[in-house]
Design a protein around this ligand. Structure first.
Ligand SMILES: Cc1cc2nc3c(=O)[nH]c(=O)nc-3n(C[C@H](O)[C@H](O)[C@H](O)COP(=O)(O)O)c2cc1C
Length: 313
């Protein structure tokens, strides 16, 4: 699919939220297999790291053609490194570049990156403008309602739009709020009434129906934590039994090993496997084994044993 601006993209725009440690290439491939129409974002990636040619940083930006369109999400605060990073992402074939202005982690905020840019709007807008000038790709911004309330959200969104942002996604919680409090979408609807660019809502969405119910005047929504162990959340007709799901779990494992090697891949798939089997009562006794699995074959063996055990119940 080719498009120059997010305004051309079919709505509602539904996507997997960027999540450090989760929305890597393997999980994005899996979610795209479940629903080929969704968009995906990379995990947030340091513009400084890309600029300084960090190999491990650049590895975070690898993706498989089947994932397209993928948005590369970058964070930082330096105009020059943002511009290099934007060029790099364009050369890699990404569909868009997203600027992270929402990350609340202590380290990120202390460095004046992520959500800290909401307290330095002039720099935030300069960064958007610089990236928009440095690339032909559509530039977007993902941020939160605000620091401790949403009083400046509309002003921020209008400023981002004037600076060249072509889409904005709002995680409908403030910086001060943890990830598990109810999201508050009203200020996001108000923002949309004041800008022409697509606005996506995000926060606490637990199903496609829930996302559609919260859509209001927005152009789409992203789902984050509710995808853990449940990529089928993006499906219109999700599988009902473990047997129907097990092949996808094995493929997820295979993709992770393909992209990161067997040692890292098998270590990183463990947390996903534990969430895949979380709600399955018969699988309780297998969880300790899943938390130490060390090879693809071993993972398939445990999953097959769970499937057989559940089938026989
Ligand atoms: C483990 C984890 C990692 C995250 N990493 C990122 C990230 O790299 N970039 C980003 O913009 N947001 C990140 N987020 C925020 C999510 O994209 C999303 O805004 C948030 O989880 C709210 O959506 P949800 O309630 O559907 O999970 C992360 C969230 C979680 C839980």
């Amino acid at each position: 699919m080719s498009f120059k601006t997010w305004s051309e993209f079919p709505t509602p725009i539904i996507g997997l939220a960027p999540m450090d440690g989760y929305s890597d290439s393997a999980f994005r491939r899996i979610c795209k297999e479940v629903n080929p129409n969704i968009i995906t974002y990379t995990e947030f990636t340091s513009a400084d790291g890309i600029h300084h040619n960090g190999d491990s940083i650049r590895r975070r930006l690898q993706f498989h053609p089947s994932e397209s369109p993928v948005i590369a999400q970058i964070f930082g605060k330096n105009i020059e490194t943002f511009q290099t990073a934007a060029k790099y992402c364009e050369d890699q074939g990404f569909a868009g570049i997203d600027l992270n202005m929402g990350c609340p982690s202590k380290k990120v905020v202390k460095s004046e990156h992520g959500v800290a840019l909401r307290r330095n709007c002039d720099l935030a807008f300069q960064l958007i403008e610089a990236v928009a000038k440095a690339t032909n790709l559509p530039v977007s911004v993902k941020t939160r309602l605000g620091w401790s309330d949403a009083s400046d959200l509309t002003a921020f969104g209008k400023g981002a739009e004037s600076a060249g942002a072509q889409m904005i996604c709002i995680h409908a919680r403030t910086y001060k709020e943890p990830y598990n409090v109810p999201a508050f979408f009203e200020p996001v609807y108000e923002l949309k009434r004041n800008v022409a660019i697509p606005v996506l809502g995000n926060g606490g969405i637990i199903s496609m129906a829930d996302g559609m119910a919260k859509l209001g005047n927005l152009d789409g929504f992203l789902i984050g934590q509710a995808t853990f162990g449940n990529p089928w959340i993006f499906s219109e007709s999700p599988p009902q039994t473990f047997s129907e799901k097990v092949d996808l779990m094995k493929r997820h494992t295979a993709y992770l090993i393909e992209s990161k090697g067997e040692s890292v891949g098998t270590r990183e798939i463990r947390k996903h496997l534990l969430t895949y089997v979380k709600a399955i009562p018969g699988a309780r006794q297998y969880r300790s084994r899943l938390s130490v699995v060390g090879s693809y074959d071993e993972i398939c063996t445990v999953l097959d044993e769970i499937e057989a055990a559940i089938r026989d119940v």
